[in-house]
Design a protein around this ligand. Structure first.
Ligand code: RIB
Length: 300
């Protein structure tokens, strides 16, 4: 635990990922064979919790699984993540059908399942354990994200929103309460109407003047804007096996380290962590530990 005893709460999805290796992503009307099927623990929520934990943060995960969700809970526990705030419900756990093509690019079909069973009672119970200056991580794979933002902001909890997968409902969330936006080009374009990174940052600053931005740009690296300063980071080029969870890894490493390492150094760690992740298969299984990222940085 750090000096301020800041707690990291991730209220997010837990998915069973079924990953099919394919030559190319199935086209409309086409039937195609896959060469391999693998099962991994995933979900943007679970992946981000594991990335935070592997980078050294003490994480509390809140969410919902079905009676088939034991493996997801075990995966979190193996990573020293607190699972006591995860509800069990009478509904299949969330799952994702993921195609990974010969270039390592993926396409993902989601079934929300238990992830969509969050209710107001659970939100109130979970947030009662957290205080101002704790950090709350949210993605867009659970229901009632707007209610969680509103309730957390009442307690002055710092809110980090990764609006992924993007849906129009996000535009009606109380986005003025967000401390950090973590967005890729597509999500940034949906929120600002812009595609040029400089314009994206300036529209964010106009619309959400107190928010900080972490913008990931795929092969073009990443940009962070915080406290009036802009930081740039390139990617580390590695052979790509599977890009699934690369963004989740980047986010987890960034927020686990930024308070102690500063933004410039942390961006480098986060970028290195996602380079290691894309060189491996699967979602949570591809996320490195901090020492592996340090070794990677020593050897480049
Ligand atoms: O970000 C990757 C994740 O997106 C996968 O693990 C899948 O479950 C989907 O939620």
């Amino acid at each position: 635990m750090n000096e301020k005893n800041t707690k990291f709460l991730n209220f997010g999805s837990l998915n069973q990922d079924m990953v099919y290796s394919v030559d190319h992503t199935v086209r409309p009307g086409e039937t195609t064979a896959s060469s391999k099927l693998e099962f991994f623990c995933g979900g943007k929520g679970l992946n981000q919790s594991i990335a935070l934990a592997r980078a050294g943060a003490k994480v509390f995960h809140a969410g919902c699984v079905g009676s088939d969700g034991e493996r997801l809970l075990e995966k979190l526990k193996e990573n020293d993540i607190d699972t006591s705030l995860i509800k069990k419900c009478d509904m299949p756990s969330g799952h994702a059908i993921i195609q990974v093509d010969k270039n390592g690019q993926n396409s993902i079909l989601l079934f929300g399942g238990a992830n969509k069973q969050i209710d107001e009672e659970q939100i109130a119970r979970v947030l009662s354990d957290f205080k101002a200056s704790d950090k709350l991580f949210l993605q867009n794979e659970i229901n009632d994200v707007d209610k969680i933002i509103a309730a957390a902001s009442e307690k002055s909890i710092e809110i980090i929103l990764n609006p992924s997968p993007f849906g129009d409902e996000i535009l009606s969330y109380p986005l003025d309460k967000i401390t950090w936006f973590v967005v890729n080009e597509t999500e940034a374009n949906e929120l600002t109407g812009e595609s040029d990174p400089d314009k994206i940052l300036s529209v964010f600053s106009e619309k959400y003047p107190s928010a900080k931005i972490l913008l990931t740009l795929g092969s073009e690296g990443s940009i962070c804007k915080a406290n009036g300063k802009v930081y740039h980071q390139k990617i580390f080029n590695v052979p790509v096996a599977d890009t699934t969870a690369a963004g989740d890894t980047f986010l987890g490493f960034f927020f686990a380290l930024v308070d102690t390492h500063g933004i410039e150094s942390t961006l480098k760690y986060a970028s290195a962590a996602s380079a290691v992740a894309v060189s491996r298969n699967g979602a949570s299984s591809s996320i490195p530990k901090l020492y592996e990222v340090e070794d990677f940085l020593k050897n480049i």
